[in-house]
Structure formats: C-alpha cells, structure tokens
Design a protein around this ligand. Structure first.
Ligand code: SF4
Length: 336
C-alpha cells in the first residue's frame, strides 16, 4: 500500500490503473506465499488480477483465509477440471438486441457501457466475456440508443459492464445525456463495484452529473463482506445519498467469503448504516473457473433462514438464482 505515491489517493483513475497486479506482488503485499494455499496460486491467469489499492489495504496481512483476498486471488482451484461449467453461464448472447444492448425484460434495457472493471472478481460470470465484441463503443452507441428510443415500453436503462463507473466523467455524462433525451425513459440504474473498491470515484463531478439529470438515479453497489465497507466507502456512499441517489447493494453468496448468517448479517447492518439497502444475494452461476465459490442450495436455505432470525425483514437480501431463459430472477424458495 505505502508503495503507492501519495497523489494516487486523490486520483481515482490512477488507482484504477494501479490495480493491475501480479499474483507474486499481491502475495507479497499481504505477507503470504503460494505455498500457503493447498492448490497453489496461478502465477499468470488468463483473467488477470486487478485489485484497487484501497481494497488491497483492507486485506488482513498474513491471513490466507481473508474474505477479501479470496475474492481476488487466482487460486489453483481455478485451473482444476470443472465439468459442466460454462463460459457464458447466463446465455447472454441470446439476449443481445443490438451491439452493447441486452434485452432480458420488457421494461428494461441493459447497456454494456464499459468492458473494464477496477477489480477482477474471480467468481465473475462475465470473466470469459470478449468485451471487444459485446460492449458499447461510441460507434455502436447510436444503434443501441435508437433501439431503446424505438421501444416505448422501456422506462429504465441499466448501465452495466464491466463497470460503468470505470468510464471517465465526460464519457459517462455524454451517455447519460443521450439516455435522458429519450422521453419514455424515467430511470437510470448503474451497477457498480467501483464504489466499494475505489471510493474516491465519488467525485464532485460525478455527484453533479448524477444529481443534474432529469432521470431518477438508482445505484446498485456490489459488495460481499462487511470488511469492504470501510470508513472511506461509507463516506462515499453517504455523498451519493446526500445527492438524492437511491442506493441498493447486491452480493454473491461465496464459499469462504460470506457463507454464514452472522457474516451476512454484519454486512447488511454495515450497509444500512451507510444508507444502503441490501437487495439481492445471488447464488453463483456455473461459470468456468469458479466452482470453488459455489454454495449449495440446501446450505443457502439454511443461511437465509438463519438471517431471518438475526435481522429485521427489510435488511434480509432476496436470495435468488438467475436461470437462463426465465423472465425474472428465481427466488431460492422456488428452486427445485
Ligand atoms: S466488478 Fe462485476 S463485472 Fe467486474 S469482475 Fe467484478 S463481478 Fe465481474
């Protein structure tokens, strides 16, 4: 951490650039070695490591079980044979309505606004995606926006990725302005893991941009453990709340990270204290290379029941699984 020059802490883009790290340097930064992990560590994984300095600062040195480290370290299990695992587990290719545009639901459209993420989560269901093919580029933008403008049923546009907050403010502002020009769109939703990994991303310029649009703005943050909600992250979330942004959080239920009720309850309380409502708890998708994060449905049901005894109902996230071909996410209770 202290290896970074001081200016980096006021420059979110410098932090984003500094996130690329080798396995060896990550292990050295947290005082561990590959021998600390039973299946070893992949030295140069195809899905490269990316760990923003702030997130790295929250990993407990010397703790190979640290829940934040587990999310970003390419452990040897990734390379083990994983029958039945897929590179596009949600069959997103079937939902591509135009380059950069996914239509899964009648009233919502999702734009793959960026192919970049500050952090690379080892469990990511899009870890094999070729964003060169799928993301919205300036040249593809007109076609995607025209498709949204042509369908008056769409009242909400979701910016996803990658991570839309990895975009520079000017690019994001142009996109938001273009979406706001479509009269039947009322709501803009951003899905972002940057908020909880580079809290300095919440700049005055970003706040002005989001508070200044005519659209209602909803941000769905992505965090998985209370240790991610540092004082800096809580302050960034507070700035967004003060700007009138509605904030939710979605998590993924991950073995070795948050697969017990007490851990999730602590996370939900920390989120609520920061003005964020827990929304979804996703069961993992069968993506190739991430089987070691799976939590079975029976265990998930036990955890969900345990949470109901620990939290008020409004703080218990909805446990769901995304099933390709279904109109909506499937609640855990409805999975057979
Ligand atoms: S930030 Fe989201 S899209 Fe990016 S690697 Fe993590 S889970 Fe995947």
């Amino acid at each position: 951490m202290n290896a970074h020059p001081p200016h980096i802490w006021t420059d979110w883009q410098a932090q984003q650039r500094a996130a690329r790290i080798s396995s060896a340097d990550l292990l050295a930064a947290v005082g561990l070695s590959a021998a600390d992990f039973p299946a070893g560590v992949i030295a140069a994984p195809e899905f490269p490591l990316s760990v923003p300095p702030h997130f790295l600062s929250l990993i407990r040195p010397g703790d190979r079980h640290d829940p934040l480290l587990r999310q970003v370290l390419a452990r040897g299990e990734e390379a083990a044979p994983q029958p039945g695992r897929l590179t596009d587990p949600l069959a997103e290719a079937d939902y591509r309505a135009a380059p950069g545009l996914l239509r899964k639901y009648r009233s919502r459209a999702l734009l793959i606004a960026s192919g970049a993420c500050a952090i690379h989560c080892r469990y990511c269901f899009r870890r094999h995606q070729d964003y060169g093919e799928t993301m919205l580029t300036r040249s593809r933008e007109a076609e995607a926006l025209a498709a949204i403008a042509a369908d008056s049923l769409i009242d909400e546009v979701i910016l996803s990725g990658g991570d839309p907050l990895s975009l520079p403010d000017a690019r994001l502002a142009a996109l938001v302005t273009a979406i706001a020009a479509i009269g039947h769109v009322t709501t803009l939703r951003l899905h972002s893991r940057t908020l909880t990994t580079i809290p300095d991303r919440v700049t005055p310029a970003l706040l002005a941009l989001l508070a200044g649009t005519r659209l209602r703005v909803v941000i769905v943050a992505h965090s998985n453990h209370a240790n991610e909600i540092s004082a800096e992250v809580a302050a960034a979330l507070g700035r967004l709340r003060a700007a009138g942004i509605t904030l939710f959080n979605q998590s993924v239920l991950l073995a070795g990270v948050n697969n017990d009720a007490a851990t999730i309850a602590a996370h939900c309380r920390r989120l609520f204290a920061a003005g964020v409502l827990p929304y979804y708890m996703h069961l993992t998708d069968p993506v190739a290379g991430a089987a070691h994060f799976d939590v079975g449905e029976a265990e998930a049901r036990r955890i969900e029941a345990g949470l109901r005894g620990l939290l008020p109902g409004y703080l218990v996230p909805r446990f769901v699984r995304e099933v390709p071909g279904r109109e909506a996410k499937t609640p855990l209770a409805d999975l057979s």
